[in-house]
Design a protein around this ligand. Structure first.
Ligand SMILES: C[S@@+](CC[C@H](N)C(=O)[O-])C[C@H]1O[C@@H](n2cnc3c(N)ncnc32)[C@H](O)[C@@H]1O
Length: 245
């Protein structure tokens, strides 16, 4: 079993998403709106949508959102909070969504939902699937950790209070595989402990640019934050916008 099959479960729901919030801020939704050239009626697939932190506010702005995630409890949560918005939710693996090819104006992969698979070819399959879903001229925004920035600011151990929860994160960077291997311990207000391991492939911009090109995706911009600053190694995350040929 791979780590992601056990990592994303109902503990996140119980922990109120451990401080990340249930909705993305308006600044992020505005950013996506601009980068993806969205308008009411645009068709967007949010791959690995989770509880709909982005999918729900985008649907509220009139975008026809299809959210894809393999975790049914998260989709149920999104459905429950959708207030009857026209939101389609599909339980599927990001590498084979089963959705119709070329049927979307925009695709998103947000909140570091990429680089999960140990086998590099499987990560590329996930990107190929996103490219397949886009119509020619359609756009993809990926938001994910940036290797250069993560390594510059690497912390092997951190403690954090998130709401009622205490979160301890330990990380080790494997230079041979470019994977950040983490061990997380979450402790709830009653003292109950939950432990999780993760292993994330860390990408540099040039790697994702080349991977995109292999699937007909040309890079339009690489930002280090929602203000649109050019990506540098002071940014731990990157926001990449691609256009489908
Ligand atoms: C870090 S969360 C990000 C969720 C959402 N994009 C956000 O920013 O709130 C990653 C999501 O990917 C989903 N996921 C993990 N592996 C997956 C897979 N192989 N196929 C589909 N979804 C997957 C998890 O269930 C989780 O909701």
């Amino acid at each position: 079993m791979e780590w992601w099959e056990e990592f994303f479960d109902e503990v996140w729901l119980a922990g109120g998403f451990l401080g990340i919030g249930e909705r993305s801020p308006a600044e992020k939704i505005d950013y996506l709106w601009r980068q993806l050239r969205l308008k009411p009626g645009s068709r967007l697939a949010d791959i690995c949508c989770g509880i709909g932190r982005d999918a729900l506010p985008l649907a509220e702005r009139g975008v026809e959102v299809t959210g894809v995630d393999f975790c049914q409890p998260y989709l149920d949560y999104a459905q429950k909070h959708s207030n009857n918005l026209p939101l389609r939710l599909v339980c599927a693996d990001m590498r084979r969504t089963g959705l119709l090819g070329s049927s979307f104006d925009a695709v998103t992969s947000l909140g570091t939902s990429f680089g999960y698979f140990e086998d590099e070819a499987e990560n590329e399959r996930a990107l190929a699937e996103m490219a397949r879903l886009l119509r020619p001229g359609g756009r993809l925004v990926m938001q994910l950790a940036s290797r250069d920035g993560v390594l510059r600011n690497f912390r092997q151990r951190s403690f954090d209070n998130r709401g009622d929860w205490l979160v301890l994160e330990e990380g080790e960077f494997d230079y041979h595989t470019s994977r950040n291997k983490g061990h997380w311990v979450w402790i709830d207000s009653t003292g109950k402990r939950y432990e999780r391991d993760l292993s994330l492939r860390m990408y540099c911009l040039h790697e994702l640019r080349a991977m995109g090109e292999r699937h007909g995706l040309s890079l339009l911009s690489a930002h280090g934050n929602l203000a649109g600053e050019e990506l540098t190694n002071s940014h731990t995350h990157m926001l990449l916008t691609f256009i489908k040929d």
